[in-house]
Design a protein around this ligand. Structure first.
Ligand SMILES: Cc1ncc(COP(=O)(O)O)c(C=O)c1O
Length: 401
């Protein structure tokens, strides 16, 4: 047994030594570390951004039909034409964006869209501006592309909206693009047209691209409206629009997303899609057409549920004296400030996991400005959220706050 263990550790060492620096720079998942540290049995998991609703039935039926018809082979690396046509129409009608099907590439989720777009744009040493806090994968993708992430802050005291002057001050000769994410993960902020005009103006003057991640576009509350960055002033020419069916249609596992933008960039993305993925899943693409062209009331029903859960959960957190949370205007996350209880977000997340058996994500996983916060997803049942709120309250009360 000892010999076996020794051999295994030698093999592990060898593999680690042979890994590319690109891969070894990737951080370990904080969520993984946390869940490994305690058993997962009675834990209420509010860490993932995955809708708890089933994929709509007509979407599943279309996938079944596609498989039965033998639509089970490679497709174009841009994605199938009827899907690109459906996306083009959706972008025109819902977003006011005039992309023709040749300006659209279907990818493995928005994750695929973003990673291939970044690979298509970034050279070694290029700089790109990212939100802080922001979705952690942006930074990892930039690092794999050999480029440098520069953070712009989204502060709670500013309603989690950007300071355009700060952004301007961070742009250098090496800056290639700015990533803009509204509605935002993890903050739930929805940027107004005026804020987006600020991004558009800088991008034009400094001749850089805007990468607009709009995956939560349909999940907005309280009469807020999602504005697509590409519609603002004359930003269209330099905007690359990223979207996905994952969140809107509870289709995270189907892996369908897309990128729309200038034709040359889309051709480069399709070529990378061919290199790394061949094409998106044929069956899932057919299902995506059904989702985009079928009844949309399903989306509204899901958003109505998220709204109820948001109102309950955020109010419950705010009843705890040491916790304070801004009401999210979009997406399905609440970014709660626990700094009066404990400055380290990792310590807080660990405490909540061990003592309340509730799993959230430490705020610093989203960037340095997230220190002191914990992100919870309310894409979980109201029952789970009620139980979680009670457990968090009791665990903190036991510490006499
Ligand atoms: C801001 C943001 N962008 C993109 C994605 C990726 O979504 P998908 O690859 O499932 O389309 C996520 C997923 O959590 C996200 O939060």
């Amino acid at each position: 047994m000892l010999i076996f263990t020794l051999i295994l550790s030698e093999v592990t060492k060898l593999v680690e030594e042979k890994l590319s620096t690109r891969v070894s720079k990737l951080p370990l998942s904080v969520i993984r570390i946390l869940s490994d540290s305690v058993g997962s049995s009675d834990v209420i998991k509010l860490q993932a951004g995955d809708p708890d609703f089933p994929t709509p039935e007509h979407v599943i039926k279309e996938a079944q039909k596609a498989a039965e018809e033998g639509f089970t082979h490679y497709t174009s690396n841009f994605g199938i034409k009827p899907l690109r046509e459906a996306i083009s129409q959706k972008l025109k009608e819902e977003n006011g964006l005039d992309y023709n099907p040749e300006q659209i590439c279907v990818t493995n989720g928005a994750t695929g869209a973003l990673s291939l777009t970044l690979l298509a744009l970034l050279n070694e040493g290029d700089e790109i501006l990212l939100p802080d806090p922001g979705w952690p994968n942006y930074e990892h993708m930039v690092s794999v592309a050999g480029a440098v992430s520069i953070r712009y802050s989204l502060k709670r005291e500013n309603g989690f909206t950007p300071d355009i002057e700060e952004i301007e001050s961070k742009i250098t000769q090496k800056t290639k693009a700015i990533i803009v994410n509204t509605p935002s993960n993890p903050l739930g902020a929805v940027f107004s047209k005026k804020v987006l005009e600020g991004f558009a103006e800088i991008a034009k003057r400094r001749r850089i691209y805007l990468i607009s991640d709009e995956v939560y576009e349909k999940i907005v509350y309280d009469g807020n409206e999602h504005v697509s960055l590409g519609t603002v002033d004359d930003a269209f020419e330099r905007t690359i629009t990223i979207n996905s069916l994952s969140k809107s249609y509870a289709m995270t596992g189907w892996r369908v997303g897309y990128v729309a933008g200038p034709k040359k960039i889309i051709e480069a993305v399709a070529s990378l899609n061919s290199t790394f993925n061949a094409c998106p899943s044929s069956i899932a693409q057919r299902a995506a057409i059904a989702a985009l062209t079928g009844p949309q009331d399903i989306v509204k029903q899901m958003v109505a549920q998220y709204l109820k859960r948001r109102n309950f959960f955020v109010a419950s957190l705010n009843e705890i004296p040491v916790v304070s949370a801004t009401m999210p205007q979009g997406a399905f996350y609440v970014f709660a400030d626990f700094s009066k209880f404990e400055k380290s977000s990792e310590k807080t997340a660990k405490f909540l996991l061990e003592k309340a058996r509730v799993m959230g994500v430490p705020g610093n996983a989203f960037g340095p400005s997230g220190e002191g916060f914990v992100r919870f997803s309310f894409a979980s049942s109201l029952e789970d959220l009620k139980e979680a709120a009670e457990r968090i309250t009791n665990a903190l009360r036991a510490m006499s706050y």
